[in-house]
Design a protein around this ligand. Structure first.
Ligand code: NAD
Length: 353
């Protein structure tokens, strides 16, 4: 398998592989860029079909974190970890302690936190072995803990901005929104949307999570097969990435796509496909930065929840600027966001983008 020629390699600074038979830990930590600061990004635990898929995932995710942290104005670069789930790697304290030691061995080049398949308790255990962990339980009004409510809040504000830009809607009242995946972020987003008067339809492959969403007044369900193509105004992908491709885009009814999932576009060209169909796409790493803003403030210390809120409240303006530029130039929103991110990183590294 090629690594340096991998289509997602994109000059990663480092890729580290960990294999610890005693705990069953098999993990990859990718550090894309430390130009703006330590590579910060969550840890995902997932069952991959093969190692190649895990490498592709971690590379795409860590570059996404470079871009996300840059556009959010955070003093962090981009990195990401994946733990390969499997029969021999059941979740255990030993597994997360081994992961903590792996993170520690990088000496601060990578700072970890929760992502899909990882909870606050897992990170607390990893923290026993390394200081380079965020997303830990906090006391009082200090910033920190589970980042997903902040991600959901930022996505909600981003949906409002996108509805204004594409649908001319001053509020979400009466608008139809489809949420794919009602896990940590999707469920929280669902609550915000219902409170704002939106009509929400959800789908999930996990029955327990679906049950929680069904308890929210007025929320309806469709099968996971149909959710992307539901007759709605807004689609909010909050499950996994790689869902927007030539085939799926041709069948989407929504006029706005704005959700939390990382790497929603299968390829860069899919952004253009969306533009050509008149679908306004909120670049994933711009709209879903609420969680990393919380995690970053926690890691740097001495921040209040109010300071995190002030930063997350800036997300809709960033999106509105991208939407305006896209409307004026006809260029896809994902390209405008990528260029902005690359400019910020290049400036920090003292080179041109
Ligand atoms: P989660 O694991 O809690 O929730 C994901 C949900 O999606 C689960 O309920 C899962 O069953 C469901 N799902 C998976 N495949 C599905 C499918 N095909 N159809 C319908 N549902 C499906 O994860 P999360 O923390 O809520 O994160 C959701 C997404 O947002 C991920 O892509 C993550 O990388 C991204 N994200 C999360 C955060 C955060 O703060 N948690 C921050 C930024 C980005």
């Amino acid at each position: 398998m090629s690594v340096f020629d991998h289509p997602e390699f994109d000059h990663h600074e480092a890729i580290h592989f960990f294999d610890e038979p005693e705990s069953g830990l098999r993990a990859i930590i990718a550090v894309h860029s430390t130009a703006l600061g330590p590579g910060a990004g969550g840890c995902r635990r997932w069952t991959y079909a093969n190692d190649g898929d895990a490498i592709t995932d971690v590379l795409r995710l860590s570059r996404g974190m470079t871009y996300k942290n840059a556009v959010a104005g955070l003093p962090f670069g981009g990195g990401k970890a994946v733990i390969l789930a499997g029969d021999k790697a059941a979740k255990s304290p030993a597994l997360f302690r081994a992961f903590g030691r792996a993170v520690d061995s990088l000496g601060g080049a990578y700072v970890t936190a929760e992502d899909v398949g990882i909870n606050v308790e897992d990170m607390r255990i990893a923290h026993e072995e390394t200081p380079y962990v965020s997303g830990l339980p906090q006391s009082g009004s200090s910033a920190g803990g589970d980042p997903s409510p902040w991600t959901a809040y930022g996505v909600f504000l981003g949906i409002e901005a996108a509805a204004r830009a594409r649908l001319g809607a001053e509020s979400l009242k009466g608008l139809r929104v489809a949420i794919q995946g009602v896990g940590n972020v999707g469920l929280n987003l669902c609550e915000h949307l219902v409170k704002a008067g939106a009509q929400v339809v959800v789908a999930d492959v996990n029955r327990e999570n679906l049950k929680k969403a069904a308890q929210i007044d007025g929320v309806t369900q469709v099968s996971p097969r149909d959710i992307l193509f539901a007759e709605v105004d807004i689609l909010a992908p909050c499950a996994l990435g790689n869902i927007l491709n030539a085939e799926s885009i041709s069948k989407i009814s929504a006029k706005v796509i704005a959700g939390a999932a990382n790497n929603q576009l299968s390829t860069e060209q899919d952004g253009r496909r969306l533009t050509e169909r008149g679908i306004l796409y909120a670049p994933d790493y711009v709209i879903n930065a609420g969680g990393v803003i919380s995690v970053a403030h926690e890691f740097l210390g001495q921040s209040s929840e109010q300071q995190v809120k002030t930063e997350v409240d800036r997300i809709p303006q960033r999106l509105s600027d991208i939407f305006r530029e896209s409307a004026e130039t006809g260029r896809p929103t994902n390209l405008i966001a990528d260029e902005l991110a690359r400019r910020i990183v290049a400036e920090a590294a003292g080179r041109t983008a």
